[in-house]
Design a protein around this ligand. Structure first.
Ligand SMILES: NC(=O)c1ccc[n+]([C@@H]2O[C@H](COP(=O)([O-])OP(=O)(O)OC[C@H]3O[C@@H](n4cnc5c(N)ncnc54)[C@H](O)[C@@H]3O)[C@@H](O)[C@H]2O)c1
Length: 416
């Protein structure tokens, strides 16, 4: 099964790849940030959270920035999952300040904070003015993303996710203008992640890669790239997604069980970056749509929710993604030689289950505290994430989402 065509996947030459202008990956590369910042500005804001704000790494960063004669301000109060009031408080605090470069230093919450602050400092208003796709009217102040988890991939994405308490759910701002100017991915910054965080963030990466690789294939009209931020499966993201899946298969369980394993941490940082690139161009689908209301109800970390849901989503989508599942089986180290396409796809589903089981996530919605009478509401609210629902390889209506949610509640792993 050497190429998509032989695998029976409809061949297309269509591709979209929107990327940061500079991507630097490798151990100790966090020291490259100051040089990159100095090329583009002189007044730097670092958006980070209380953990990083108290760390030696933050002091190191500030020293190297100041060493480049840059003026540095640190906002160290970013809250996990990025509630909107905290973003507004940060922007209020910055009123009247000259800021020309913003560094997002931390997990996805801090990188997304940097993106949203950049939008608000450039174009004014409040986060809700920009919810949805293509609502950011033009370029924004450059953001440098420095992730400490592996991860959300936010370092490479055209999206920022906020928690809106008024709406009771997470909302996305999606625009090519908010892709970071530069991403610096230094796996040493992830060595301090405890196993539970490694599992949650690694699951997030895995779901980005799998959902993007199995996303819908759209008719490649000349307006597709300007009509949608997330265009579906395409030739420019497929090989990166498979490479990322291979890295996760090789290293997620090791990074979880042996946090000091340098090779596994390096693999996962790279996989997270690939996950960000593919999600930002191809887009994710049902697992992400369903996680939004599940997360709002249970306050489960994003990665735990999407990781738990993935085995149920791939089973539901099975008939539409048989060739892709065969390729996933191979990328996850299964020998599928001699198997027919269906058996190879079943091997792919089982290999996905194994990756998730190895990091010991809860395996049903019931284990998260969801009650049977919550299921209808979860299904209904999932449909609100239209861009994600539209990106699923099989069309999804209320009944279809309801059946995935029911299966995930009851632990029913029947292949549809
Ligand atoms: N923009 C995107 O493309 C995108 C994609 C997926 C998810 N997200 C969003 O990202 C957020 C989640 O980000 P996250 O999972 O990286 O976690 P996070 O940034 O919310 O951080 C979670 C916790 O982990 C801690 N932490 C981070 N790095 C650490 C380290 N190296 N060692 C020890 N502790 C560390 C933080 O201090 C915090 O307490 C959510 O809001 C999610 O919706 C965004």
């Amino acid at each position: 099964m050497s190429c998509a065509h032989e695998a029976g996947i409809r061949p297309t030459t269509f591709g979209v790849l929107r990327l940061p202008r500079t991507v630097v990956v490798g151990a100790s590369q966090r020291f490259a940030v100051a040089g990159i910042a100095a090329e583009i500005g002189s007044n730097v804001l670092v958006c980070t959270d209380p953990r990083v704000a108290a760390s030696e790494e933050l002091q190191e960063l500030v020293r190297t920035l100041e060493g480049q004669n840059l003026t540095v301000r640190v906002f160290g109060e970013t809250e996990a999952e990025l509630p909107v009031p905290g973003i507004i408080a940060c922007v209020e605090e910055l009123k009247g300040q000259d800021i020309d470069v913003i560094i997002g230093f931390g997990g996805g919450s801090c990188m997304d904070m940097a993106k949203v602050v950049s939008v608000l400092l450039t174009h004014g208003g409040v986060p809700s003015d920009y919810y949805g796709e293509f609502k950011v009217p033009g370029p924004v102040k450059p953001v440098i993303a420095l992730p400490t988890t592996a991860g959300t991939g936010s370092e490479a994405t055209a999206i920022a996710v906020v928690s809106d308490p008024g709406l009771g759910m997470k909302m996305g701002i999606s625009s090519p203008h908010i892709i970071p100017f530069a991403s610096v991915c230094d796996p040493e910054l992830t060595y301090s992640c405890p196993p539970s965080l490694t599992a949650a963030t690694g699951a997030d990466t895995f779901v980005h890669l799998i959902e993007s690789f199995t996303a819908i294939t759209r008719n490649p009209t000349p307006t597709l790239a300007s009509e949608r931020v997330f265009v579906g499966r395409n030739v420019l993201t497929n090989s990166l997604a498979l490479d990322g899946i291979r890295l996760v298969g090789r290293s997620l369980a090791t990074a979880y069980k042996d946090p000091d394993n340098v090779e596994a941490r390096g693999d996962m940082m790279l996989a997270a970056l690939y996950g960000g690139i593919v999600l930002s161009n191809a887009g994710t689908a049902a697992a992400h749509a369903i996680q939004y209301p599940v997360g709002a109800l249970t306050h489960t970390p994003h990665g735990v929710g999407v990781g738990l849901l993935l085995p149920y989503v791939v089973r539901h989508n099975f008939s539409a993604i048989i060739p892709q599942l065969g390729q996933i089986a191979e990328a996850l180290g299964r020998d599928i030689k001699g198997m027919d396409a269906r058996d190879a796809a079943v091997a792919g589903v089982e290999a996905i289950d194994e990756v998730i089981a190895a990091i010991e996530l809860p395996s049903t919605l019931a284990e998260l505290g969801v009650k049977e009478n919550d299921l209808a509401r979860i299904a209904e609210l999932s449909l609100n994430s239209k861009r994600l629902i539209d990106n699923n390889p099989l069309p999804l209506n209320l009944a279809a989402v309801g059946s995935i949610v029911q299966a995930a509640f009851a632990g029913d792993r029947t292949i549809r």
